[in-house]
Design a protein around this ligand. Structure first.
Ligand code: NAP
Length: 315
């Protein structure tokens, strides 16, 4: 509101003084610049991580069609990201590239500063980027646990640490998790299940639990500790639980802002991660994340849920 009022005043003053005043040209330039900044500040913006291929690219593609605002395809590799933007452009869709490696906190900070300065925040954030070892990968379980948790849980958490404060009123945050997190939750000890489902688990407690899993895996003791034999599954327990924690926190700290945070599963999707036998196309896999990203203004649910096939699932 404040910016709009300024813009009107600047335009009026330019109209009145630009010809006669010696400083008029300068004034026009500065007024134009201010107007551009104001326009960008008031336009909406969506940001997708890991947007260069697979489900992430399909999410960007769908948002380009249905989101009223700028859509950023982010990727850790500039070449792969720009190639994806070019291929969408060939379909007549406009996505904008920004480098973002979620494993690099410097890269996260740079991107967060960029969106804060250019748009005054972010309207839609889709945390899609993740990794998975292939089933037949021979890397020791300890390595798989360390590497998988580092990206899927710890880096996603870093993203949220820096981007959640930027989410504008009415914003939507979608964390792409997986139903394998639900299956893995059922395989945890009763004690762990209780903590992951509790309403009072904090981000610190969750992070301590995720760290403990990696430590136990290093010593081959994760099973005794009540954890399942799946690094990917545990990482997605973390992503889903973290989404629920953030949703509760936002409801408490910003009750009037109507921000909705959810975790979801895209289904089994034909991508480099899941392989060609999966049942859904990337576009079909993008449906639930995009549904959550575009929940209409004024909606109050779902919030803090795990969603699959556009429906809230038991956790
Ligand atoms: N496919 C499925 O059946 C399925 C099922 C359940 C859940 N999911 C979830 O859906 C999401 C997308 O999976 P997908 O199947 O599309 O996988 P994918 O084809 O392997 O794509 C993963 C994307 O994440 C990016 N990425 C990985 N590490 C990154 C990092 N540090 N910084 C930024 N980007 C990074 C990859 O970039 P590079 O190209 O640079 O590696 C790629 O763009 C993931 O969260 C996955 O866990 C998938």
């Amino acid at each position: 509101m404040f910016f709009r009022v300024c813009a009107l005043r600047l335009r009026t003053s330019t109209g009145c003084t630009c010809i006669s005043s010696s400083g008029g040209f300068q004034q026009i330039l500065s007024s134009l610049h201010t107007t551009t900044t104001i326009t960008e500040m008031s336009s909406k913006v969506a940001v997708v991580t890991g947007g260069n291929k697979g489900i992430g690219k399909a999410i960007v593609q769908a948002l380009c069609k249905d989101f009223q605002g700028d859509v950023y395809l982010t990727a850790r590799d500039e070449g792969r990201g720009k190639e994806a933007v070019a291929s969408l452009s060939a379909e007549g869709l406009k996505a904008i590239f920004h480098q973002l490696d979620i494993n690099d906190v410097g890269s996260i900070r740079k991107a967060a500063d960029f969106f804060k300065q250019k748009y005054g925040g972010v309207d839609v954030l889709v945390n899609n980027a993740a990794i998975a070892f292939k089933v037949n990968d021979t890397a020791p379980f300890a390595t798989q646990a360390d590497v998988t948790l580092r990206t899927n849980y710890f880096a996603t958490r870093d993203m949220l640490t820096h981007f959640l404060p930027l989410i504008k009123a009415g914003g939507r945050v979608v964390n792409v998790s997986s139903s394998s997190g639900v299956r893995s939750l059922h395989k945890c000890s009763e004690e762990l299940q209780k903590r992951f489902r509790s309403e009072d688990i904090s981000e610190d407690e969750l992070t301590t639990l995720m760290t403990r899993f990696v430590e136990l895996a290093k010593n081959g003791q994760h099973k005794e500790g009540g954890w399942p034999e799946t690094a990917y599954g545990v990482s997605k327990i973390g992503v889903t639980t973290l989404s629920m924690i953030h949703a509760r926190r936002l409801s408490k700290e910003r009750p009037d802002d109507q921000i909705l945070v959810n975790a979801c599963c895209p289904g089994w999707v034909r991508t480099d991660m899941a392989g060609p036998k999966a049942t859904k196309s990337p576009a079909e896999g993008a449906e639930t994340p995009v549904f959550l990203a575009l929940l209409p203004a004024g909606a109050s649910a779902p919030h803090g849920k795990f969603v699959s096939d556009k429906a809230v699932q038991a956790w």
